[in-house]
Write a protein that binds this ligand. Structure first.
Ligand SMILES: [Zn+2]
Length: 134
């Protein structure tokens, strides 16, 4: 587990999101693990992902029982669906609480906390293809 987590964290520290990629299924796998959850083959490849996606679902956290998050309330906690076809839970920053909505286009960004780099998301403009499909 340490190997998988270290690779993931090292790429985050460099400002990039890399995920394991199953060569058999031709799919990205999130979260890091030793075997593909679909075909059970060992996962050895890593590839960078775009970091672009949209809000699949979200909640606004008003009360946090975790001390490290109490000062940040209220904040948006969202399930992000990335272009590469997987969903990732994360915080949504730089977004007024009354503007978040399902389908909102977002882009990954990174924050430093307690000497670790964490992936979070922020709103972005729709691409031309996204605007046409509306
Ligand atoms: Zn697979």
């Amino acid at each position: 587990m340490t190997y998988y987590k270290n690779t993931f964290d090292q790429k985050l520290a460099a400002g990039e999101l890399w995920l394991q990629f199953c060569a058999t299924c031709q799919k990205f796998v999130f979260y890091p693990r030793s075997l593909c959850p679909s075909c059970w083959q060992p996962l050895t490849d890593w590839k960078p992902v775009s970091g672009r996606g949209h809000v699949h679902s979200y909640t606004i956290v008003n009360i946090s029982v975790l001390p490290e998050f109490k000062e940040k309330t209220p904040y948006i906690y969202a399930l992000i669906e990335l272009e590469e076809g997987f969903r990732m839970p994360s915080s949504l920053i730089n977004c007024p609480l009354d503007e978040v909505e399902v389908g909102m286009p977002v882009q990954i960004t990174f924050i430093d906390r307690d000497s670790k780099t964490l992936p979070v998301f922020k709103p972005r403009e729709r691409t031309v293809a996204e605007a046409i499909s509306l």
